[in-house]
Every structure is written in structure tokens, then in C-alpha cells.
Ligand binder design. Sequence first.
Ligand code: FES
Length: 111
Amino acid sequence: MIWVKVLSKQEVEQEDFVTMVKADGRKICVIKNEGQFYATQNTCPHAGGILSGGWCKEGNLVCPIHRWEYNLKTGRGAEGQGDYINTYPTELRADGLYVGFKQSLWKRFFS
Ligand code: FES
């Protein structure tokens, strides 16, 4: 697992938000909801909506395009959707928020 800093100490202190950040060569969606932090993929699996343009509702991230919902903790789509989004672990440290990524074998041996 590699940990990448995605938000500064000042940024994590903001009110709840949904935003896009770049980390480990990819765009991800970072969410603060009711004081808790989450990180997910940024593209909706339904039809490519940008999840960081969405909002939170009852523990779910809502896609702004067709309003499909994904559980913030598990990434599981709401009942009847039959899909999911990738989620990543987050860790709040003294200097900001970090997101953890599994390191691919390719990167481990060749970079
Ligand atoms: S593109 Fe996200 S719900 Fe359709």
C-alpha cells in the first residue's frame, strides 16, 4: 500500500465537501461527509458521470447525472443497480489527508 497526501491540513478543516483530486496518476473523488473522510473512483460506472460533481445523501454518494447512489463506505450501488465503485482507504494525519492505493506488481518491480 502506498499512501498519497491529497488534501492539506487547511483543506480537511472545511465543511463537508465532495471534490476531485489527482493522486497516484489518477483522478479520484474525495468526500467529507458528517466529518468522516472517504475516497472513491471519480467516474460513475453507469454512464461516465463525474462523481466529484455529486453530493451525499444518507451515507451514499449521489451521481449528478442520473442520481444513482453508491455507499460511501463499501462502494456498493443502491438496490437494483447491481454495480459498485472502487473505494480507497483514507487516513487523517497531522499534515492532511492521505489516500491508500495498492501498489501494482509492475510499479513495485519496475519503478
Ligand atoms: S452516469 Fe452516473 S448515474 Fe448515470
